[in-house]
Design a protein around this ligand. Structure first.
Ligand code: FAD
Length: 438
């Protein structure tokens, strides 16, 4: 009998093709072995993950095991986590970077827009992970029968290919010496006398189902994104209020004709309550076309019953977009909140979306996460060098973050509050928005 190690199976479909009996099928979420299976074993050698074996056979050996202790453990290999891991490894620390997904950078939950200057201050732009370069932005805001359009020229930026970008960042961390593990989810913190001293990791690469290990570190950096739980376990964050959450849907549309160097934003309460719609060109007649709405508002607005419905209406009403066809659907949420009161605890630091380090006006968080990852790791290296990883020693990370970027984020949060969603065709709001999108 063919047995499937579901934790190890990557659902790549490689085995399906080689089965002479057509006994294997790839259902939406899992591989299924049908009755026609004759145990011929052809599929075993076609599986790159070693996830298939004959009943009674030993499973393939697991990935190299983790050490008992590292200087720094980083949870989450998004931009924030990978930059933190790379920076810490370059500072000579032993680093473990843990990612719960099986593929870093995928699925993409992002419109992928970043400004040139901010990006270049962190990493040299590389055509491998740049889908398009943009030089113009057009912001159209409609409220109370008034429409204002602001055109910003010369602001150079990029639409990234995050599937590649995120992976390259993790590879840089590995090249700097960090141990990188995928399919490794942090599912608990080890806390002793109020201090974080490590993590519990659920690894899914072991032949006989998942296993759980405890790994210690001087400092745990939580870069686990908007869905992150580590901040809650450390007592630093709580559930986000709906009003501080932007719920988004996006299609990658192909077959459209748009200005390939211009990003477009549409701010209109009836179109995207409390948020905005965007069209970000990705080259070759493609664009990320998406829309984010404030989670506490959109259900009160007459119209579509889902956020995806808002997006589809936005596309249908614009012939230049309606002509296209969707090749990817992305759904996700963005924290547009003030940061938690504390970004650090004893032996613990929060970075990126997990720390709500997102621009509340635009929802942009890639650059912030990378910048915060770098700042946090530098502080971690100094603190470990001094043998003091207490919250009071780590607090200078929060101070540096506030000085460099946090203050601006807080100002943008207040602006968002001041211009309540229906009044956002105001000139001052538009100017601030244009500044924020770079
Ligand atoms: C629809 C949409 C459009 C967006 N558009 C833009 C944009 O155009 N420009 C921009 O700058 N920003 C944009 N953002 C925001 C941007 O995607 C995030 O701010 C950015 O990815 C934050 O990086 P991060 O490293 O903090 O978190 P993430 O990129 O979310 O990475 C967190 C990682 O942690 C992993 N993880 C979670 N829990 C665990 C665990 N327990 N153990 C191990 N790993 C774990 C996750 O799998 C993930 O890989 C957009 C977001 C959305 C949803």
């Amino acid at each position: 009998m063919i047995l499937i190690d579901r934790q190890r199976c990557a659902r790549c479909g490689g085995c399906v093709d080689v089965c002479p009996e057509g006994a294997l099928t790839l259902a939406e979420a899992r591989l299924v072995v049908g009755r026609a299976c004759t145990d011929c074993g052809s599929c075993l050698s076609a599986c790159p993950m070693g996830a298939l074996h004959l009943g009674g056979e030993e499973a393939a050996p697991a990935q190299p095991s983790l050490r008992r202790r590292y200087d720094v453990i980083v949870a989450g290999a998004g931009p924030g986590g990978s930059v933190a891991a790379e920076t810490a490894a370059r500072a000579g620390l032993s680093v473990l970077l843990l990612e719960k997904r099986q593929e870093i950078g995928s699925p993409v939950r992002c419109a992928e827009g970043v400004g040139h200057e901010a990006l270049a201050s962190l990493i040299t732009p590389d055509p491998r992970w740049i889908a398009a370069e943009v030089t113009r932005a057009e912001i159209t805001a409609t409220a109370g029968g008034t429409t204002r359009t602001l055109r910003a020229e010369g602001g150079r930026g990029y639409i990234l290919e995050r599937r590649v970008f995120d992976r390259v960042l993790a590879e840089r961390a590995a090249a700097a010496g960090a141990e990188v593990r995928v399919k490794a989810a942090v599912n608990g913190l080890l806390i002793e006398d109020g201090r974080v001293r490590g993590v519990r990791v659920r690894r899914n690469d072991v032949g006989q189902g998942p296993c759980e290990v405890e790994v210690e570190a001087h400092i745990v950096i939580a870069a686990d994104g908007v869905e992150g739980q580590l901040g809650r376990w450390a007592g630093l964050t709580a559930a986000l209020p709906l009003r501080d959450t932007m719920v988004c849907a996006q299609y990658l549309l192909a077959g459209i004709e748009i200005d390939p160097a211009c990003t477009s934003y549409f701010i209109d309460y009836s179109l995207a309550p409390g948020g905005y719609a965007w069209v970000f060109p990705k080259g070759e007649g493609r664009a990320n076309v998406g829309l984010g709405v404030q989670a506490d508002l959109w259900r009160d607005v007459a119209g579509p019953r889902t956020v995806l419905g808002f997006l589809e209406r936005f596309i249908e009403e614009r012939p230049f977009l309606a002509r296209g066809y969707p090749v990817t659907l992305v759904a996700g949420s963005v924290p547009v909140a003030l940061p938690p009161a504390h970004l650090v605890a004893d032996g613990f630091m929060l970075v990126g979306d997990a720390a709500r380090q997102v621009d509340p006006l635009t929802g942009g968080g890639i650059i912030n996460a990378m910048a915060a990852g770098r700042l946090a790791a530098r502080t971690a290296a100094e603190a470990i060098g001094e043998g003091d990883t207490s919250a009071s020693r780590l607090a200078c990370y929060a101070e540096a973050w506030h000085r460099e970027r946090g203050r601006k984020m807080e100002r943008n949060y207040r602006l968002r509050e001041r211009f309540a969603p229906p009044s956002r065709a105001d000139e001052r709001f538009l100017q601030a928005f244009a500044l924020a999108v770079g």
